[in-house]
Design a protein around this ligand. Structure first.
Ligand SMILES: Nc1nc2c(ncn2[C@@H]2O[C@H](COP(=O)(O)OP(=O)(O)O[C@H]3O[C@H](CO)[C@@H](O)[C@H](O)[C@@H]3O)[C@@H](O)[C@H]2O)c(=O)[nH]1
Ligand SMILES: [Mg+2]
Length: 193
């Protein structure tokens, strides 16, 4: 084993959990080194891109993100993202279908898992499960918008894939998971023009 845990301290246990762990790590040359790292544990998550090949469109959401608002006072905090949510106890497939319905009003049956990724492995424990699903206009049962009582105030956007890709280049889309999904869609889902 290359890790021996020495001590774990809870620094904060409020909405999510922030811990500091002191451990011995066996370096590649075989010597042991003691270090400590803080980890922020907010569970794991899932994210999905809804796409329609005939219309060359995708469904994204726009919402206020307080941590982004802080950025040097230069950001209004509104981010355009693919619909996403935390897993709680559910399976990723189950959770993402419920989440996309809640946030966008689109009810999709078949979702395809494409890959998993650590989004910020220097400090955040979360692993994010990535999905895509084809959608039709008739799959929209209601307006979505998220759970107002939990502070969600979600605007639903249906954009052309080419417009969405241009929005990455000009900085209007700057959320990591969303950029990964749009680039996946451009590479593997939509036929090149
Ligand atoms: N009271 C309170 N509420 C919080 C706090 N932090 C988050 N919430 C609320 O917890 C809910 C979480 O909503 P989800 O839709 O389940 O999660 P998400 O925030 O969209 O997370 C998704 O995106 C993240 C950012 O990319 C991902 O990290 C995550 O895995 C997931 O995909 C939201 O209502 C949010 O306002 C907090 O500190 N206090
Ligand atoms: Mg969400």
């Amino acid at each position: 084993m290359h890790v021996r845990i020495r001590d774990v301290t809870t620094l904060s246990d409020d909405w999510y959990l922030l811990k500091k762990t002191t451990f011995d790590y066996r370096r590649r040359d075989g010597s042991w080194q003691t270090m400590s790292r803080e980890t922020y544990d907010r569970g794991h998550g899932a994210v999905i891109l809804l796409y329609n090949l005939a219309r060359r469109t995708v469904v994204l959401v726009r919402q206020f993100r307080f941590p982004a608002f802080g950025y040097g006072g230069r950001h209004d905090g509104y981010l355009i993202e693919a619909p996403a949510g935390l897993l709680d106890a559910a399976s990723p497939e189950e959770r993402i279908r419920a989440e996309v319905a809640e946030e966008t009003g689109f009810h999709v049956e078949h979702v395809q898992r494409i890959f998993d990724a650590f989004m910020s492995p220097g400090s955040v424990t979360e692993r994010l499960h990535f999905f895509v699903a084809e959608y039709e206009a008739t799959h929209r049962i209601d307006g979505g918008g998220g759970v107002a009582a939990e502070g969600e105030d979600i605007e639903v956007l249906e954009l052309g894939i080419d417009t969405a890709l241009a929005m990455i280049a000009d900085g209007r889309i700057e959320d990591g998971k969303t950029i990964m999904l749009l680039q996946h869609a451009a590479l593997h889902l939509f036929p090149r023009r």
